[in-house]
Each structure stands twice: as structure tokens, then as C-alpha cells.
Design a binder for this molecule. Structure first.
Ligand SMILES: Cc1ncc(COP(=O)(O)O)c(C=O)c1O
Length: 368
């Protein structure tokens, strides 16, 4: 590929000495699990999100599982969420034994449509998981109002959205718990799997701290069945270096998105929509191409420009969820988005020349 969706080598080169020093320190200390770097990162991420507590865990998926478990959500419970997200969102719900209930998305932001949530609430509903897809927050105020009215918990899946804001509030900071992913391709990415739970609730934070180490607050004393979901000190050391650059990188992503928006004007594609209340972080830059997405995708990929749909099959249509009984057409906007959306490179180190090549290739597609 001439232009992959993401190339992390440039970012690494720009911070290589600092990363090397941070890793060396951990290796010299031989303290690898839940050590000082993890504690410091937890403090820094909590502060970054404007919250009191952050608990480092092994992945974003585990952050969601642990959030659900800390809220005692399990068999017999229902959790409302979006069908247009990465599978991990509902996999976590299913893994704790609860049932995902899908609510369709807003066609412009691709996030859950708050106007449809209340109709999906039943006596078994325990929580809502809004997902801040592609790096921009779902419309949280009406979601939080429904949660308050119906006495539901809110878990924000902010795996793709660290640093995004909604009416000035940070992604992950608005509900009862936020889940972050530091998967290497995320805007703040580790050198392997890593994740974090963020909250203002001390009881929940303590519970998650206990659950992430085998349900144990005191060595060899196990008050609950937990799991092994500890964050490595090496990953925390990498993340602490990168966190210092995060806001600059997010700004560069926004500038790249603005460049594309300008250059794609006049073409039959819909550029990302950002409501006034949101600051987007462009984990993905996604356009909508009615009717011709597959053709454009192939044309770009054939030309050495990686383009991909996030996500090509809405979750209610996944084979593993057949038993939930959804049919084609039940969640029209999500199904349509899966057929019409396409992402290509927007990462901070991308050069203008590369963006111009992508734009030229898109223009060429619509001319032939
Ligand atoms: C929306 C969403 N939720 C959850 C996850 C899970 O995160 P992880 O890959 O760190 O387990 C991801 C990332 O892949 C994601 O994009």
C-alpha cells in the first residue's frame, strides 16, 4: 500500500528517544505488572478526562467487561446499545451473561439515536452503552436524561474517543463509567493491548481494582470471582510518553479532516458531520458514498490507497446474534451506514501530498 490507513512508524520515530528511555527505566527496575508507571498513568488519565479515578486494565474489551461486572450486570439483564460499533461493545455484554438490545443510529453522526432509546427500555434494562464512534461523542445529554428517568446506568464506550469533548466534557467522563482502549491503532496507542476504566465513583473504582486481580483486594483473599486483567508497566510507560503529545496529535487529525472536507466539496460524498456541541478526534475519517461505496473502495485499494468500512456488518446481523431475532430492515440506518461508509488515512503524520493523492484518486473515480 502506498497510503495505508495507519502508519505508526512516523509517530514512533518522532518520540523514539523518550520511548527508549521510558522502557529502559522499567526494564532496569524489573517491575512489570501494575507498578509505578501504571499508577502514574492512572492519575494522568483520570486528570486528562476530568475525573477522580482511572483503573488500568489489559484491554478496552476488559474495561467494558469489568465496568459491567462492577455494576452487577449479568444474566437476565438487558443492555441498550448501538448496532454500529466494533464487536467488543456487545461481546462484553454477552460475556457477562446479559442481553444486548440494539437501538438504531443517527444517520449523520453514526452514533446511537437518543430519540429511540426510551422505547427499548423494559423492566429488565439495566444500562445503556453509548459508543463514541470514530472519535466523536454520542449526544449524551438526552441519553443521561433517559438513564436518570429510567434508573439505568450509563457506560460510555470511549474506546475510540479519548480526548473528544461533548459540550466541553471529555469522552468517558459523563456516564457512571467510561471504557478506554489503548490498542496500538487507537489515537493513544500502546505497544500491545491495554485499556482503562475511568469513573468518579470510588466504590466502582475500588471494585474494578479488585476484579482486575482475581477478585482480590488483599493477597490470597478472594472476595469475588475476578479475572486477570492487569496493565503492564511497560505499556503504561509508553502511554505516559505518548499522552504528552496526544492533544497535538488530535489537532493534527482535525486539521487533516478539515483539509479533506475542503477538497472533497462538490463531489457526491458526504463528509463527517460534527454537531456544534462536539469536538471530534477523528480516530477514523469516514465518508458516506451512496450506492457506489464498494466501487470506490476497490478503486482506492487498487490504486494503493487503503480504504475500509468500519463496520461492514451491523451487529444485529452477525451470525452469533441470530438468536436475538433481529431481521434485515429492523435497524435501517445502521444497515445503510454499513453499506455506504468508507474510511481512509487521517493519521497525524500524513503529508499533504498523500492527502492530495487520495483526493485525486476519489475525483478520478467519479469522473470515469
Ligand atoms: C468501540 C470499541 N469498543 C471496544 C473496543 C475494544 O478495545 P480493545 O481492542 O482494546 O479490547 C474497541 C477497539 O478495538 C472499539 O473500537
Amino acid at each position: 500500500m502506498n497510503t495505508p490507513l495507519l502508519d505508526l512508524k512516523g509517530q514512533y520515530r518522532s518520540i523514539k528517544p523518550e520511548i527508549g528511555e521510558a522502557l529502559r527505566k522499567v526494564i532496569e527496575g524489573q517491575d512489570f505488572i501494575l507498578g509505578e508507571e501504571v499508577r502514574l498513568l492512572e492519575r494522568e488519565i483520570a486528570e486528562y478526562c476530568g475525573l477522580k479515578y482511572a483503573v488500568g486494565v489489559a484491554s478496552g474489551t476488559d474495561a467494558l467487561i469489568l465496568a459491567l461486572r462492577a455494576l452487577d450486570i449479568g444474566p437476565g439483564d438487558e443492555v441498550i446499545t448501538t448496532p454500529f460499533t466494533f464487536f467488543a461493545t456487545t461481546e462484553a455484554v454477552s460475556l457477562v451473561g446479559a442481553k444486548p438490545v440494539f437501538v438504531d443510529i443517527e444517520p449523520k453522526t453514526y452514533n446511537i439515536n437518543p430519540a429511540l432509546i426510551e422505547k427499548a427500555v423494559t423492566p429488565r434494562t439495566k444500562a445503556i452503552i453509548p459508543v463514541h464512534l470514530y472519535g466523536q461523542c454520542a449526544d449524551m445529554d438526552p441519553i443521561l436524561a433517559i438513564a436518570r428517568k429510567c434508573k439505568l446506568k450509563t457506560i460510555e464506550d470511549a474506546a475510540q474517543a479519548i480526548g473528544a469533548t461533548y459540550k466541553g466534557r471529555k469522552a468517558g467522563s459523563m456516564g457512571d463509567i467510561g471504557a478506554l482502549s489503548f490498542f496500538p491503532s487507537k489515537n493513544l496507542g500502546a505497544f500491545g493491548d491495554a485499556g482503562m476504566v475511568v469513573t468518579n465513583d470510588k466504590v466502582l473504582a475500588d471494585k474494578i481494582r479488585m476484579l482486575r486481580v482475581h477478585g482480590s483486594a488483599q493477597r490470597y483473599i478472594h472476595s469475588r470471582i475476578g479475572m486477570n486483567s492487569r496493565l503492564d508497566n511497560l505499556q503504561a510507560a509508553v502511554l505516559r510518553v505518548k499522552l504528552r503529545y496526544l492533544d497535538r496529535w488530535l489537532e493534527a487529525r482535525r486539521n487533516n479532516a478539515a483539509y479533506y472536507n475542503g477538497k472533497l466539496k462538490g463531489l457526491p460524498v458526504v463528509c463527517p458531520y460534527v454537531p456544534d456541541y462536539n469536538v471530534h478526534t477523528y480516530h477514523q475519517y469516514v465518508i458516506r458514498v451512496s450506492g457506489r461505496m464498494a466501487g470506490l473502495s476497490k478503486f482506492l485499494n487498487d490504486g494503493g490507497i487503503e480504504a475500509r468500512t468500519y463496520y461492514p456488518v451491523a451487529l444485529h446481523q452477525q451470525e452469533c446474534y441470530k438468536s436475538l431475532g433481529y431481521r434485515k430492515g429492523d435497524l435501517k440506518e445502521a444497515e445503510k451506514a454499513a453499506e455506504e461508509t468508507l474510511a481512509f488515512a487521517v493519521y497525524p503524520e500524513l503529508e499533504k501530498r498523500e492527502m492530495d493523492q487520495i483526493v485525486d484518486r476519489i475525483k478520478e473515480f467519479f469522473m470515469v
